[in-house]
Design a protein around this ligand. Structure first.
Ligand code: MTE
Ligand code: MO
Length: 367
């Protein structure tokens, strides 16, 4: 693998792995703005960053179980209506390091900042699929397609040198309200190399792993993608499963992110579910108070449109008097009344994903 032409990166990032490059911003900077600046946004890669230097020649194919396979260029994508979607992207491995304290898990270690909230600009995948003859809100193509697979340009060792790939159900891909994008902008700027230049998928409300960067092809397929990251990774197992008794086929690939929160300020739930409440405790979870919440980018969804933040995180704030050393705890409740689990032990899983347990922070008051 060739890591000689990686893009420049912000010196503030905490590097969790160098090659491939995996890094997150420091805690204090993460929640200092509702829209995460691009250079502070976490970077999660499985191989070297691809180089696309001729934008005019760049194209990708849409093929598989459809009547008229097609090659699309950037100009075809730019022609479609442009949407701006505020969406929080989160790696399923966020807070993995904390899960390893219960029992060691496998994977790149992440603190609490493997997520960010960006305004993604691009065409709706539903519109792109309509362009190639797949109507909106279809669940199956005439030729039996049920899933949409995204294949990248990058090369990774988990795929034996092949490209990173993932799929989502066709019903989600063709639903305009699901806001799945082929994005070419991030926070109003051209997408940069680290985040998928020139074109990436953004699937709001589900784990980051399905938002494939550097699109090379899109395939309409009958069964969900058989790639490593769908079938041999990013699945949620009960604590009883370990590496000697694992049966990968027994679980479905993880899609939605459950509800979760960080003490100094973010709460986010998957599936477009809003945050109903954030509770904060300053006595280790005996008594609770409600925090105030904050959202809104002010950036219109389409030109002259109304903006919606259902895919984005909520920042929260609460001012409390802490008289003595104690444990501060935060937990969120989403609009489906999902509550975060109390203990990381109860959701421990060998891959160390979806650590959504109550976030606890020890505070020491000195005199
Ligand atoms: N797409 C490609 N092509 N290669 C990758 O390694 N990583 C995935 C996803 N898309 C990945 C990818 C994972 S696991 C996550 S969490 C997000 O991209 C991270 O997106 P970001 O680096 O823009 O924050
Ligand atoms: Mo991820």
């Amino acid at each position: 693998s060739d890591y000689s032409r990686e893009p420049p990166r912000h010196p503030c990032l905490q590097i969790n792995a160098k090659e491939p490059f995996n890094a997150e911003p420091p805690r204090s900077l993460l929640v200092s703005s509702y829209v995460t600046p691009v250079d502070l946004f976490y970077k999660r890669n499985h191989g070297p960053i691809p180089i696309v230097d001729d934008l005019e020649r760049y194209c990708f194919s849409i093929s598989g179980l459809i009547k008229n396979p097609k090659k699309l260029f950037m100009k075809d994508i730019w022609m479609l209506p442009k949407y701006n979607v505020a969406a929080t992207l989160q790696c399923a491995g966020n807070r993995r390091t904390a899960m390893s304290k219960t029992r060691k898990v496998k994977g790149v270690g992440w603190d609490v900042s493997a997520l960010g909230n960006a305004v993604w600009g691009g065409a709706k995948l539903a519109d792109v699929l309509e362009l190639v003859g797949i109507p909106n809100l279809t669940s199956t193509t005439q030729s039996g397609g049920k899933h949409v697979e995204f294949v990248s340009i990058d090369k990774c060792k988990e795929e034996n040198g092949g490209p990173y790939k993932a799929s989502i159900p066709l019903s989600q891909a063709t639903n305009p309200d699901a806001d799945v994008l082929l994005a070419y902008e991030m926070n109003g700027e051209t997408l940069n190399r680290d985040h998928g230049y020139p074109l990436r998928v953004v699937v709001p409300g589900i784990i980051g792993a399905r938002s494939v960067k550097w699109i090379d092809s899109i395939n309409i397929i009958a069964e969900e993608c058989q790639g490593f990251f769908m079938q041999k990774d990013y699945k949620m197992f009960p604590p009883s499963v370990d590496w000697d008794n694992i049966n990968w086929a027994s679980r479905r690939p993880q899609m939605d992110f459950p509800v979760q929160v960080k003490i100094s300020g973010y709460a986010v739930s998957g599936g477009g579910r809003g945050i109903e409440r954030v509770d904060v405790s300053i006595d280790g979870g005996k008594t609770w108070m409600e925090a105030s919440r904050y959202q809104k980018t002010g950036i219109p969804y389409v030109a002259d449109g109304i903006n919606s933040d259902k895919w984005a995180w909520v920042l929260f704030e609460v001012t409390v008097d802490v008289m003595q050393s104690t444990e501060i705890v935060a937990k969120a409740v989403d609009i489906a009344s999902n509550v975060q689990p109390e203990k990381v032990e109860d959701i421990w899983n060998l891959r160390g994903i979806l650590n959504t347990s109550w976030h606890r922070v020890q505070v020491r008051v000195g005199h």
